[in-house]
Design a protein. Sequence first.
Length: 111
Amino acid sequence: MKLDRSLMADLYSDPWAQGVTAAVLAMARAMQIRSVADGVDDPATLEMLRALGCDEIQGLHVAPPMKARDFEEWLERGGARHLARDYDTKIARELDLADGPLDDIMKWANG
């Protein structure tokens, strides 16, 4: 279930955005489907979403938009591994860090 980036922009200042975000995440958990938040541009928003139980994020905090070749190079440099190491040691332990970055992403995505 995807959370729109418009909710992320006001997550700290708008109680309505906080309530809707918490409700959508609770609904996704109740339906046993994964959630993804769009527009996560800073570590504080990531931490709030993790506290609320969001499964995945996308946005500038992970990486800027990039061309396919730049994406391949980004993956070769480790991609978003720093997020797993910095914010979620459980995910970092689950990933086999000896494999290449694409293998890690596929393992994570296919859970």
